[in-house]
Design a protein around this ligand. Structure first.
Ligand code: LCS
Length: 396
Protein backbone atom coordinates (compact mmCIF):
# COMPACT_ATOMS: atom_id res chain seq x y z
CA UNK A 1 0.00 0.00 0.00
CA UNK A 2 1.31 3.46 -0.94
CA UNK A 3 1.85 6.02 1.86
CA UNK A 4 1.07 3.33 4.41
CA UNK A 5 2.36 5.32 7.38
CA UNK A 6 -0.12 8.12 6.69
CA UNK A 7 -3.13 5.80 6.53
CA UNK A 8 -5.58 5.24 9.35
CA UNK A 9 -6.00 2.00 11.31
CA UNK A 10 -9.10 0.83 9.40
CA UNK A 11 -7.42 1.38 6.04
CA UNK A 12 -4.28 -0.49 7.13
CA UNK A 13 -6.21 -3.41 8.64
CA UNK A 14 -7.78 -3.93 5.19
CA UNK A 15 -4.99 -3.01 2.77
CA UNK A 16 -1.59 -3.34 4.51
CA UNK A 17 0.48 -6.31 3.37
CA UNK A 18 -1.61 -6.99 0.29
CA UNK A 19 0.29 -7.44 -2.97
CA UNK A 20 -1.22 -6.84 -6.38
CA UNK A 21 -2.09 -10.33 -7.56
CA UNK A 22 -0.93 -11.29 -11.08
CA UNK A 23 -4.28 -13.01 -11.73
CA UNK A 24 -6.28 -10.12 -10.30
CA UNK A 25 -7.47 -11.84 -7.11
CA UNK A 26 -8.73 -9.28 -4.56
CA UNK A 27 -7.94 -11.46 -1.53
CA UNK A 28 -4.51 -12.98 -0.95
CA UNK A 29 -4.68 -16.55 -2.29
CA UNK A 30 -3.96 -19.47 0.03
CA UNK A 31 -0.55 -20.65 -1.15
CA UNK A 32 -1.14 -24.15 0.16
CA UNK A 33 2.29 -25.51 -0.62
CA UNK A 34 5.05 -26.92 1.53
CA UNK A 35 7.87 -26.18 -0.90
CA UNK A 36 8.74 -23.83 -3.77
CA UNK A 37 10.22 -24.67 -7.11
CA UNK A 38 13.82 -23.67 -7.93
CA UNK A 39 14.84 -22.92 -11.53
CA UNK A 40 18.10 -24.78 -11.05
CA UNK A 41 20.20 -26.28 -8.27
CA UNK A 42 22.51 -23.88 -6.46
CA UNK A 43 26.10 -23.77 -7.58
CA UNK A 44 29.28 -22.39 -6.07
CA UNK A 45 27.68 -21.69 -2.69
CA UNK A 46 25.14 -19.31 -4.21
CA UNK A 47 22.24 -21.12 -2.68
CA UNK A 48 18.62 -20.13 -3.30
CA UNK A 49 19.58 -19.32 -6.92
CA UNK A 50 16.37 -20.81 -8.24
CA UNK A 51 13.78 -19.06 -6.11
CA UNK A 52 13.65 -15.57 -7.50
CA UNK A 53 11.01 -14.41 -5.00
CA UNK A 54 12.91 -15.75 -2.01
CA UNK A 55 10.50 -18.54 -1.09
CA UNK A 56 12.05 -21.92 -0.34
CA UNK A 57 9.90 -23.86 2.08
CA UNK A 58 6.81 -22.75 4.00
CA UNK A 59 8.49 -23.09 7.41
CA UNK A 60 10.81 -20.27 6.25
CA UNK A 61 8.23 -18.13 4.48
CA UNK A 62 5.21 -18.22 2.20
CA UNK A 63 3.27 -15.45 0.39
CA UNK A 64 0.11 -16.11 2.45
CA UNK A 65 2.12 -15.72 5.66
CA UNK A 66 4.02 -12.72 4.35
CA UNK A 67 0.79 -10.81 3.64
CA UNK A 68 -0.55 -11.25 7.17
CA UNK A 69 2.88 -10.63 8.73
CA UNK A 70 3.09 -7.26 6.97
CA UNK A 71 -0.45 -6.38 8.06
CA UNK A 72 0.23 -7.20 11.73
CA UNK A 73 3.55 -5.29 11.63
CA UNK A 74 1.74 -2.26 10.23
CA UNK A 75 -1.06 -2.39 12.83
CA UNK A 76 1.40 -2.72 15.72
CA UNK A 77 3.63 0.03 14.29
CA UNK A 78 6.57 -2.39 14.04
CA UNK A 79 9.13 -2.81 11.30
CA UNK A 80 8.43 -6.52 10.77
CA UNK A 81 6.43 -9.47 12.08
CA UNK A 82 6.73 -13.22 12.09
CA UNK A 83 3.71 -15.52 12.04
CA UNK A 84 3.77 -18.59 14.28
CA UNK A 85 1.64 -21.69 14.67
CA UNK A 86 0.19 -20.49 18.00
CA UNK A 87 0.64 -17.82 20.63
CA UNK A 88 2.84 -20.25 22.57
CA UNK A 89 4.72 -20.93 19.33
CA UNK A 90 5.44 -17.19 19.02
CA UNK A 91 6.39 -16.81 22.69
CA UNK A 92 8.65 -19.87 22.79
CA UNK A 93 10.24 -18.90 19.45
CA UNK A 94 11.24 -15.42 20.59
CA UNK A 95 12.40 -16.61 24.02
CA UNK A 96 14.47 -19.52 22.65
CA UNK A 97 15.97 -17.22 20.01
CA UNK A 98 17.11 -14.59 22.53
CA UNK A 99 18.07 -16.65 25.59
CA UNK A 100 21.08 -18.79 26.47
CA UNK A 101 21.98 -20.83 29.51
CA UNK A 102 22.81 -18.53 32.43
CA UNK A 103 20.43 -15.77 31.30
CA UNK A 104 17.57 -14.47 33.40
CA UNK A 105 14.02 -13.40 32.56
CA UNK A 106 12.27 -10.94 34.84
CA UNK A 107 8.52 -11.34 34.42
CA UNK A 108 5.31 -10.02 35.89
CA UNK A 109 3.69 -12.60 38.16
CA UNK A 110 0.29 -12.61 36.42
CA UNK A 111 0.60 -14.34 33.06
CA UNK A 112 -1.32 -16.76 30.86
CA UNK A 113 -0.91 -20.18 32.54
CA UNK A 114 1.24 -21.81 29.82
CA UNK A 115 3.55 -18.79 29.52
CA UNK A 116 4.02 -18.94 33.29
CA UNK A 117 4.64 -22.67 33.15
CA UNK A 118 7.25 -22.33 30.37
CA UNK A 119 9.14 -19.71 32.38
CA UNK A 120 8.64 -21.11 35.89
CA UNK A 121 8.62 -24.85 35.35
CA UNK A 122 10.52 -25.63 32.12
CA UNK A 123 13.33 -23.13 31.47
CA UNK A 124 15.21 -24.15 34.64
CA UNK A 125 16.10 -27.45 32.94
CA UNK A 126 18.13 -25.44 30.41
CA UNK A 127 19.92 -23.16 32.88
CA UNK A 128 17.61 -20.17 32.30
CA UNK A 129 16.07 -18.63 35.40
CA UNK A 130 12.88 -16.61 35.62
CA UNK A 131 11.75 -14.48 38.54
CA UNK A 132 8.23 -13.14 39.00
CA UNK A 133 7.19 -9.79 40.45
CA UNK A 134 4.26 -7.43 40.63
CA UNK A 135 5.12 -4.84 37.97
CA UNK A 136 2.49 -2.40 39.23
CA UNK A 137 5.12 -1.44 41.82
CA UNK A 138 8.20 -0.15 39.92
CA UNK A 139 10.42 -0.77 42.98
CA UNK A 140 9.83 -4.52 42.52
CA UNK A 141 11.14 -4.34 38.98
CA UNK A 142 14.18 -2.23 39.84
CA UNK A 143 15.17 -4.64 42.61
CA UNK A 144 14.83 -7.63 40.26
CA UNK A 145 17.03 -6.46 37.36
CA UNK A 146 20.60 -7.74 37.24
CA UNK A 147 23.45 -8.08 34.76
CA UNK A 148 22.06 -11.50 33.87
CA UNK A 149 18.67 -10.06 32.86
CA UNK A 150 18.12 -10.42 29.11
CA UNK A 151 14.35 -10.10 28.92
CA UNK A 152 11.61 -8.31 30.83
CA UNK A 153 8.25 -9.88 30.03
CA UNK A 154 4.65 -8.93 30.84
CA UNK A 155 1.04 -8.79 29.68
CA UNK A 156 -1.36 -5.87 30.05
CA UNK A 157 -4.22 -6.26 30.73
CA UNK A 158 -3.03 -9.47 32.42
CA UNK A 159 -4.72 -12.82 31.98
CA UNK A 160 -6.98 -13.41 33.93
CA UNK A 161 -7.21 -10.53 36.46
CA UNK A 162 -7.02 -7.64 33.95
CA UNK A 163 -4.27 -6.06 36.06
CA UNK A 164 -2.86 -3.07 34.18
CA UNK A 165 0.90 -2.59 33.83
CA UNK A 166 2.29 0.81 32.79
CA UNK A 167 4.12 -0.05 29.54
CA UNK A 168 6.01 3.24 29.20
CA UNK A 169 7.08 3.33 32.86
CA UNK A 170 8.41 -0.26 32.70
CA UNK A 171 10.15 0.20 29.33
CA UNK A 172 11.79 3.45 30.49
CA UNK A 173 12.98 1.93 33.79
CA UNK A 174 14.38 -1.18 32.09
CA UNK A 175 16.16 0.73 29.32
CA UNK A 176 17.61 3.23 31.79
CA UNK A 177 19.07 0.27 33.70
CA UNK A 178 20.37 -1.42 30.54
CA UNK A 179 19.25 -0.52 26.99
CA UNK A 180 20.24 -4.00 25.80
CA UNK A 181 17.47 -5.71 27.79
CA UNK A 182 14.52 -6.58 25.56
CA UNK A 183 11.11 -5.57 26.88
CA UNK A 184 8.48 -7.99 25.55
CA UNK A 185 4.77 -7.21 25.88
CA UNK A 186 2.06 -9.79 25.21
CA UNK A 187 -0.62 -7.62 23.57
CA UNK A 188 -3.20 -10.41 23.16
CA UNK A 189 -5.84 -8.93 25.50
CA UNK A 190 -5.82 -5.49 23.85
CA UNK A 191 -5.02 -6.10 20.19
CA UNK A 192 -3.26 -3.27 18.33
CA UNK A 193 -6.58 -1.47 17.92
CA UNK A 194 -6.65 -0.68 21.63
CA UNK A 195 -2.95 -0.40 22.44
CA UNK A 196 0.45 -0.35 20.65
CA UNK A 197 3.26 -1.19 23.11
CA UNK A 198 6.09 -0.48 20.62
CA UNK A 199 5.03 3.18 20.51
CA UNK A 200 5.36 3.26 24.30
CA UNK A 201 8.94 1.96 24.33
CA UNK A 202 8.60 -1.84 24.29
CA UNK A 203 11.04 -3.69 22.01
CA UNK A 204 8.91 -6.67 21.04
CA UNK A 205 5.21 -7.51 20.94
CA UNK A 206 3.87 -11.06 20.99
CA UNK A 207 0.34 -12.20 20.25
CA UNK A 208 -1.93 -15.14 20.47
CA UNK A 209 -3.67 -14.50 17.14
CA UNK A 210 -6.08 -17.24 18.19
CA UNK A 211 -7.92 -14.47 20.05
CA UNK A 212 -8.95 -11.00 18.87
CA UNK A 213 -6.68 -10.81 15.81
CA UNK A 214 -8.47 -13.69 14.11
CA UNK A 215 -11.60 -13.15 16.17
CA UNK A 216 -13.72 -16.03 14.91
CA UNK A 217 -12.65 -18.97 17.09
CA UNK A 218 -11.47 -21.11 14.19
CA UNK A 219 -7.69 -20.67 14.18
CA UNK A 220 -4.69 -21.24 16.43
CA UNK A 221 -1.93 -18.77 15.56
CA UNK A 222 0.57 -16.25 16.91
CA UNK A 223 2.87 -13.34 16.00
CA UNK A 224 6.12 -11.73 17.04
CA UNK A 225 6.55 -8.06 16.09
CA UNK A 226 9.78 -6.08 16.33
CA UNK A 227 12.70 -4.71 14.36
CA UNK A 228 13.80 -6.40 11.17
CA UNK A 229 16.94 -7.89 12.69
CA UNK A 230 15.06 -9.54 15.53
CA UNK A 231 12.35 -10.91 13.24
CA UNK A 232 14.94 -12.30 10.83
CA UNK A 233 16.71 -14.05 13.77
CA UNK A 234 13.38 -15.43 15.00
CA UNK A 235 12.66 -16.71 11.49
CA UNK A 236 16.11 -18.03 10.60
CA UNK A 237 17.00 -19.46 14.02
CA UNK A 238 13.80 -19.61 16.06
CA UNK A 239 11.14 -21.06 13.80
CA UNK A 240 13.62 -22.68 11.41
CA UNK A 241 15.80 -24.56 13.92
CA UNK A 242 14.39 -24.31 17.43
CA UNK A 243 10.62 -24.54 17.43
CA UNK A 244 9.46 -25.24 13.86
CA UNK A 245 6.27 -23.40 14.87
CA UNK A 246 5.29 -22.18 11.39
CA UNK A 247 1.72 -20.98 10.75
CA UNK A 248 -0.18 -22.85 8.04
CA UNK A 249 -1.12 -20.89 4.86
CA UNK A 250 -4.81 -21.62 5.43
CA UNK A 251 -4.67 -20.18 8.95
CA UNK A 252 -2.74 -17.16 7.62
CA UNK A 253 -5.61 -16.57 5.17
CA UNK A 254 -8.22 -16.80 7.95
CA UNK A 255 -6.30 -14.39 10.21
CA UNK A 256 -5.84 -11.93 7.33
CA UNK A 257 -9.59 -12.10 6.71
CA UNK A 258 -10.39 -11.67 10.41
CA UNK A 259 -8.11 -8.64 10.72
CA UNK A 260 -10.10 -6.69 8.13
CA UNK A 261 -12.82 -6.12 10.76
CA UNK A 262 -10.65 -5.84 13.89
CA UNK A 263 -11.65 -2.26 14.72
CA UNK A 264 -15.40 -2.74 14.50
CA UNK A 265 -15.22 -6.04 16.39
CA UNK A 266 -13.14 -4.46 19.17
CA UNK A 267 -15.55 -1.53 19.46
CA UNK A 268 -18.47 -3.95 19.99
CA UNK A 269 -16.48 -6.16 22.40
CA UNK A 270 -15.67 -3.03 24.42
CA UNK A 271 -19.25 -1.71 24.38
CA UNK A 272 -20.71 -5.09 25.37
CA UNK A 273 -18.14 -5.54 28.16
CA UNK A 274 -18.95 -2.05 29.46
CA UNK A 275 -22.67 -2.94 29.61
CA UNK A 276 -22.16 -6.38 31.20
CA UNK A 277 -19.68 -4.99 33.75
CA UNK A 278 -22.18 -2.26 34.65
CA UNK A 279 -24.92 -4.84 35.18
CA UNK A 280 -22.70 -7.20 37.25
CA UNK A 281 -21.41 -4.35 39.42
CA UNK A 282 -24.89 -3.70 40.72
CA UNK A 283 -25.76 -7.37 41.29
CA UNK A 284 -26.00 -8.62 44.92
CA UNK A 285 -24.36 -11.96 43.99
CA UNK A 286 -21.16 -10.19 42.89
CA UNK A 287 -18.51 -9.36 45.49
CA UNK A 288 -15.74 -8.09 43.27
CA UNK A 289 -15.45 -7.21 39.64
CA UNK A 290 -12.22 -6.84 37.70
CA UNK A 291 -12.74 -4.44 34.80
CA UNK A 292 -10.24 -1.72 33.80
CA UNK A 293 -13.07 0.58 32.74
CA UNK A 294 -14.20 1.26 36.32
CA UNK A 295 -12.73 4.41 37.85
CA UNK A 296 -12.01 2.60 41.11
CA UNK A 297 -10.16 -0.27 39.40
CA UNK A 298 -6.44 -0.07 40.21
CA UNK A 299 -4.69 0.85 37.00
CA UNK A 300 -7.74 2.59 35.50
CA UNK A 301 -5.81 5.83 34.96
CA UNK A 302 -2.93 3.96 33.29
CA UNK A 303 -5.39 2.04 31.11
CA UNK A 304 -6.98 5.35 30.10
CA UNK A 305 -3.55 6.65 29.13
CA UNK A 306 -2.30 3.66 27.14
CA UNK A 307 -5.49 2.05 25.77
CA UNK A 308 -8.08 3.45 23.35
CA UNK A 309 -10.91 1.71 25.28
CA UNK A 310 -10.99 -0.83 28.12
CA UNK A 311 -11.28 -4.12 26.25
CA UNK A 312 -13.73 -6.99 26.13
CA UNK A 313 -12.63 -8.99 29.18
CA UNK A 314 -14.14 -9.06 32.67
CA UNK A 315 -13.39 -11.21 35.72
CA UNK A 316 -15.78 -11.67 38.62
CA UNK A 317 -15.86 -13.04 42.15
CA UNK A 318 -19.30 -14.07 43.40
CA UNK A 319 -20.76 -14.11 46.90
CA UNK A 320 -21.17 -17.86 46.59
CA UNK A 321 -19.13 -20.95 47.33
CA UNK A 322 -17.01 -22.35 44.53
CA UNK A 323 -19.62 -25.12 44.03
CA UNK A 324 -22.54 -22.67 43.94
CA UNK A 325 -20.65 -20.50 41.47
CA UNK A 326 -19.95 -23.52 39.26
CA UNK A 327 -23.63 -24.56 39.41
CA UNK A 328 -24.78 -21.07 38.36
CA UNK A 329 -22.27 -20.86 35.50
CA UNK A 330 -23.20 -24.36 34.33
CA UNK A 331 -26.78 -23.11 33.84
CA UNK A 332 -25.84 -20.41 31.32
CA UNK A 333 -27.52 -21.09 28.00
CA UNK A 334 -26.29 -18.44 25.56
CA UNK A 335 -22.80 -17.99 27.00
CA UNK A 336 -20.45 -20.90 26.44
CA UNK A 337 -18.18 -22.50 29.03
CA UNK A 338 -14.83 -22.61 27.27
CA UNK A 339 -11.23 -21.46 27.46
CA UNK A 340 -9.95 -18.99 24.87
CA UNK A 341 -11.19 -15.46 24.33
CA UNK A 342 -11.77 -12.80 21.73
CA UNK A 343 -14.32 -14.80 19.76
CA UNK A 344 -17.76 -13.70 18.51
CA UNK A 345 -19.30 -15.97 21.18
CA UNK A 346 -19.25 -14.98 24.87
CA UNK A 347 -16.94 -17.48 26.62
CA UNK A 348 -16.92 -18.11 30.36
CA UNK A 349 -14.27 -20.04 32.29
CA UNK A 350 -12.73 -20.57 35.72
CA UNK A 351 -8.99 -19.78 35.49
CA UNK A 352 -7.88 -21.79 38.57
CA UNK A 353 -9.15 -25.03 37.07
CA UNK A 354 -8.87 -24.20 33.37
CA UNK A 355 -6.50 -21.62 31.78
CA UNK A 356 -4.30 -21.23 34.86
CA UNK A 357 -4.25 -24.79 36.18
CA UNK A 358 -0.45 -24.76 35.67
CA UNK A 359 -0.24 -22.43 38.71
CA UNK A 360 -0.25 -24.29 42.04
CA UNK A 361 -2.25 -22.88 44.98
CA UNK A 362 0.67 -20.75 46.25
CA UNK A 363 1.45 -19.45 42.78
CA UNK A 364 -2.21 -18.52 42.24
CA UNK A 365 -2.17 -16.60 45.49
CA UNK A 366 1.06 -14.79 44.61
CA UNK A 367 -0.37 -13.85 41.21
CA UNK A 368 -3.57 -12.50 42.81
CA UNK A 369 -5.82 -15.07 41.11
CA UNK A 370 -8.64 -16.16 43.47
CA UNK A 371 -9.57 -19.84 43.11
CA UNK A 372 -13.24 -18.92 42.65
CA UNK A 373 -12.58 -16.28 39.96
CA UNK A 374 -14.74 -16.48 36.81
CA UNK A 375 -13.42 -14.91 33.60
CA UNK A 376 -15.74 -13.67 30.87
CA UNK A 377 -14.70 -12.97 27.29
CA UNK A 378 -17.61 -10.79 26.25
CA UNK A 379 -18.70 -11.66 22.72
CA UNK A 380 -20.45 -9.84 19.92
CA UNK A 381 -24.02 -10.94 20.67
CA UNK A 382 -26.65 -8.36 21.71
CA UNK A 383 -25.54 -7.08 25.13
CA UNK A 384 -29.13 -7.40 26.41
CA UNK A 385 -29.11 -11.14 25.66
CA UNK A 386 -25.75 -11.71 27.39
CA UNK A 387 -26.99 -9.81 30.44
CA UNK A 388 -30.30 -11.74 30.45
CA UNK A 389 -28.36 -15.03 30.44
CA UNK A 390 -26.44 -14.03 33.59
CA UNK A 391 -29.56 -12.53 35.16
CA UNK A 392 -31.36 -15.86 34.84
CA UNK A 393 -28.65 -17.91 36.63
CA UNK A 394 -27.44 -15.52 39.36
CA UNK A 395 -29.31 -15.66 42.70
CA UNK A 396 -30.82 -12.39 43.89
N1 LCS B 1 -0.81 -15.12 25.59
C1 LCS B 1 -1.99 -14.90 26.19
C2 LCS B 1 -2.23 -13.62 26.93
C3 LCS B 1 -2.98 -15.88 26.13
O1 LCS B 1 -4.15 -15.63 26.74
C4 LCS B 1 -2.72 -17.09 25.44
C5 LCS B 1 -3.73 -18.17 25.37
C6 LCS B 1 -1.47 -17.27 24.84
C7 LCS B 1 -0.55 -16.25 24.92
C8 LCS B 1 -1.13 -18.52 24.08
O2 LCS B 1 -1.74 -18.51 22.86
P1 LCS B 1 -2.16 -19.84 22.03
O3 LCS B 1 -0.93 -20.69 21.96
O4 LCS B 1 -3.25 -20.50 22.79
O5 LCS B 1 -2.57 -19.29 20.72
N2 LCS B 1 -4.81 -17.99 26.25
C9 LCS B 1 -5.78 -18.81 26.44
C10 LCS B 1 -6.81 -18.58 27.37
O6 LCS B 1 -6.86 -17.64 28.18
N3 LCS B 1 -7.70 -19.53 27.25
O7 LCS B 1 -7.32 -20.49 26.35
C11 LCS B 1 -6.07 -20.10 25.77
Amino acid sequence: MKNEHHRGFATRQIHAGKEKNPKGALSTPIYQTSTFEFDSVAHGGACFAGEEHGYIYTRLGNPSLEAVEKKVASLEGGHAALAAASGMGAISTVLWTLLSSGDEVVADETLYGCTFSLLAHQFGRFGITATFHDFTNPDNLNAALSEKTKIVYFETPCNPTLKIVDIKAIADAVHTYNPEIKVIVDNTFSSPYLQTPLALGADIVVHSATKYLNGHGDVIGGFIVGDENLIECCREIGVKDLTGAALSPFNAFLIERGLKTLDIRMEKHCSNAEKLAGYLRGHPAVTRIYYPGFEDFPGHEIAKKQMRRFGGMIAVEFAMSREETAAAINNLELCTIAVSLGDAETLVEQPATMTHSAYNADELKAAGIPESLVRISVGLEDAEDIIADFDRVLPT
